[in-house]
Design a protein around this ligand. Structure first.
Ligand code: DC
Length: 230
């Protein structure tokens, strides 16, 4: 069967990575988490002390951007790709709070986006990929055959994130803090000048506020089948 590109964009904490991963597994495609790439650049900046008092030395990052090698390698245990930064597995390190609190700043820099988009486009050359992010259907692959824009009520997304934090042992963060952080990230993602989060005109909207994971999967597989058999 002809391979296509599946682009899944949307707001943070709406379960799109889980959805994209399961879809890729079901249809035998490669899953690429574009957010992980922005997170890896952020981790690089932290490791190389490019942040000082919360300010990033953009000039120095610009000088070094070509030295930042990001790749994905399959983890045999999880069956999913892990993120590598210059040869080192950083899959867990890029999910920490330090990276999360700085990544919006790094991902808004035009030359960073330019480098990441070029690399993402290279990964999609042979098709057969599911990529999730914020600008996949609009900037990275405007010609993607299947585009999904995922949204859900902010309170519901915050509740899911809050429950996840509690299940991981975080008993400190309050629900209100999670909700505020989520709203502020939504705002930053939507209002940045460079590639803001916006639904592509030809993307299919998926509001998963009241859907179970299984229902979403069913919905996605139906769309995939419709698109690939047409
Ligand atoms: O999906 P995530 O939370 O792991 O993404 C991390 C950050 O990177 C988030 O601030 C949004 C940004 N991002 C982006 O600007 N463009 C993408 N294609 C993917 C993520």
């Amino acid at each position: 069967m002809k391979k296509i590109i599946v682009a899944i964009d949307g707001f943070s904490s709406n379960g799109k990575s889980t959805m994209a991963k399961s879809l890729a597994k079901q249809i035998g495609y490669v899953y690429i988490d574009s957010g992980a790439m922005y997170r890896a650049v952020t981790l690089y900046c932290i490791k190389c002390d490019l942040f000082e008092n919360g300010r990033l030395d953009e000039q120095e990052l610009h000088n070094r951007i070509k030295d930042i090698g990001i790749e994905f390698r399959l983890n045999d245990d999880t069956g999913m790709p892990d993120t590598y930064l210059n040869g080192e597995n950083v899959e867990s390190a890029i999910r920490g709070m330090d990276v999360s609190s700085k990544v919006s700043l790094v991902s808004a820099i035009p030359f960073v986006r330019y480098a990441m988009v070029a690399s993402q486009q290279e990964m999609g050359k042979t098709k057969g990929i599911v990529m999730d992010g914020r600008d996949i259907g609009t900037v990275v692959f405007p010609g993607a055959e299947m585009k999904i824009f995922v949204t859900a009520d902010p309170e519901i997304r915050a509740r899911r994130r809050f429950d996840e934090l509690r299940s991981k042992g975080d008993m400190e963060t309050t629900f209100e803090e999670v909700l505020e952080n989520l709203k502020s990230r939504d705002h930053l993602d939507q209002t940045r000048t460079e590639s803001p989060l916006v639904k592509a005109e030809d993307a299919i909207l998926l509001d998963n506020s009241y859907m179970t994971v299984d229902e979403q999967m069913q919905w996605l597989l139906e769309k995939f089948e419709q698109i690939t058999t047409n």
